[in-house]
Write a new protein. Sequence first.
Length: 370
Amino acid sequence: MAGQRTETLRIGADGSWMRWPSGGLSRYLDGLLHAMASARDPNEELIVYYNSARGASAFDEGVQERFARMPNRTLWNQLRLPVSLRKDRCDVYLAGAFVMPLAARIPCVTVIHDCTVFRDRAAKPGREGRYWRMWTRAAARRAAHIITVSSFVKRDCETLLGVDGARISVIHPGVAPAFAPPSDPERDRIRTTIADRYGIPSAFILHVGSDRHKGAAVAVEATRRLNSDGRSIGLVHCGPHASPGRVDALVTNLGRVDDAALVDLYRAASAVCVSSTQEGFGLPVLEALACGTPVVTTRTGGIPEAGGDAVVYSRDNGAESFAAAMASVLDSAPEEATARRTRGIEWAATFTWDRAARATLDVLRTVART
């Protein structure tokens, strides 16, 4: 048991993506590492490493932070990081973003968020795809243990990467407290503010993510179908690779937005459309539900683990099916909409970063003892 330890356990963790604008992966590491800092035992030390120049501290005084910027990710992970781990006398290392240092002399636990680069090579073409495939395979072979964000990703690791299931623990992500439902008056105020800030309709559907597999084209076509059927509703799309600007009278691309703006968009949206063709878990599903906003999605990948029975599932990934599912949400009677909102908030509340952190710490303790 963790409580029986008397010696100090020094845990190293990669926090680099916390300081890079990367959307879901940034929020994952921020939520997990801060919860681990709070949930660790008194005799456990947490040291967070960043591939970045020195910046403002992200943690309180109880967590050590190490800054070392290298322009090449491989050199940082495979050369700079092992030196730092030895210097700090770490006992175990958490690679929260797939890639682990192969030269590390301590056991490493790797988090694999999805196997999209193996399922759909066009999702990340060229050098970027080769980078993720190479280092994900390496981590799958060498890690002392693997954490996956869903049972779906665990099965992918077993079938696509040949990992023994006994080496894998499934730990679902959590939802940050900032993703919380507003009151009705506050929601109205946010909608007005959002409409003025971005020049968009006060009634809109939100789509998050700009990678190819996120299915933005389906969300656009489904929204067009809704309007051709007589509804008046826009589509707002945000994601790191989307060029900001008004596409037409119905569709607006916001590009990358910060977390505060994303929370407001979730709260203001009439519905959130998650039309991904590949998804390891689907953090936007939980975030939207936590904000009290209905979600329309499909049973793709790990999404059912994120959405449970709190979301509305499209029959398939086609625009016609999505339009029909979104129409059923938009046309819901008030009592049905209220019940759906309550169910979504309650469901999302079961996914906490404290739970995820405690389960992750248990894995790290076990690995460090073996």
